[in-house]
Design a protein around this ligand. Structure first.
Ligand code: FES
Ligand SMILES: [Fe+2]
Length: 344
């Protein structure tokens, strides 16, 4: 069961170029994504209503898609507008069309009740639109349920052990940190953790050669069903970051969106951004490669965890204190799913 009445990331905007017909499974549904010649992005069922061929194996014709099995032509609303060799087209011959919005370099899809669509609820990550911020957007495919990935992000303490030699830097992160109280929101949570007078982690040492001891901060905000926003950085130790003084700091902004593909697989869209003014591309590439290395460390743990959980459905997970954020997020998602099924 998934939350349906919300926006999910279906693709990066740059994936829908060059007349590509992208077939992608989202929430167990086969969806065709494409950009018509008018520049507008469309999403429809990736299943021809005639005999079930995949429309993503078809051909873009202007703003329409032709099924390359028997040639039926569908417009961007999903209505069949032409049947080769047949004069009239029955008015009810159509495939499902999904509400879709192309904004902020991302393509957002609404898989739920169309009458409840509300574009103002599209999560905002403003740095993708801000020319002062730079990063290389990317995608990973996960053989794991999307909530296991969200759990991982909700407990940032994992950087100490999973990412000791990459993003974390030290197992001491867990025991030396100070944290703000968990801020429970109606649609997620917010939490800040500081690690004062620490060393730069390996991924930052690659690009920053002058800083000595630093005060590190990580402000995590997550929103249902599975959006992750991280504001993080490193300031020279003792200069007052806990009071908001960011002078002389290195700052990063990170966005990750998890869209269920199936119950056991996930589309993972991510970008890690910096605001350096010099050597912008070098920073972007270095950070991208370092973060990706870290994400492969997460992926190995989480995909193996999925296999373990699948092997014994009766296995009961036990909670520790740092699970509070992920428990809140899971509770909110369950609540929203229940509300949706009651409304339906
Ligand atoms: S299956 Fe698409 S035209 Fe026949
Ligand atoms: Fe991680």
């Amino acid at each position: 069961m998934f939350m349906k009445n919300c926006w999910y990331v279906a693709a990066w905007s740059h994936e829908l170029i060059d007349d590509a017909l992208v077939g992608r499974t989202l929430l167990n549904e086969k969806v065709l994504l494409y950009r018509g010649n008018d520049g507008k992005v469309c999403a429809m069922e990736d299943r021809c209503c005639h005999r079930g061929a995949r429309l993503s194996m078809g051909r873009l014709e202007g703003n329409c898609v032709r099924c390359m099995y028997h040639g039926l032509l569908f417009d961007s609303s999903g209505a069949c507008v032409e049947i080769p060799g047949q004069e009239s087209v029955p008015p009810n011959l159509k495939v499902r069309n999904y509400p879709i919005v192309d904004t902020g370099h991302l393509v957002w899809i609404w898989m739920g009740e169309p009458t409840l669509v509300d574009e103002s609820k599209i999560p905002d990550f403003p740095y993708l639109k801000d020319p002062a911020w730079h990063g290389r957007p990317d995608y990973l495919h996960y053989d794991a349920n999307y909530q296991l990935i969200a759990d991982n992000l909700a407990d940032i303490n994992h950087i100490a052990y999973v990412h000791t030699n990459t993003l974390g830097g030290s197992e001491r992160y867990v025991v030396e940190q100070t944290a703000s109280p968990l801020e429970k929101l109606d649609d997620g949570f917010r939490l800040t953790k500081w690690h004062m007078n620490s060393d730069l982690p390996p991924f930052v040492k690659k690009i920053e050669k002058k800083m000595g001891k630093v005060d590190r901060w990580n402000t995590v905000e997550m929103k249902v069903p599975a959006y992750f926003f991280l504001e993080s950085g490193f300031s020279p130790a003792g200069t007052g970051i806990e009071k908001g003084n960011k002078e002389g700091s290195l700052e990063f902004h990170n966005f990750q969106a998890m869209t269920p593909e199936t119950d056991r697989t996930t589309h993972f869209f991510w970008v890690y951004m910096h605001n350096q003014k010099k050597d912008v591309e070098l920073y972007s590439h270095s950070l991208h490669d370092s973060i990706l290395e870290g994400f492969h460390e997460d992926k190995a743990i989480i995909e193996a965890q999925q296999e373990v959980l699948d092997a014994d459905p009766k296995f009961k997970l036990r909670a520790i204190a740092s699970d509070a954020p992920l428990s809140h997020l899971r509770w909110l998602v369950d609540k929203r799913i229940k509300e949706e099924s009651t409304q339906a």
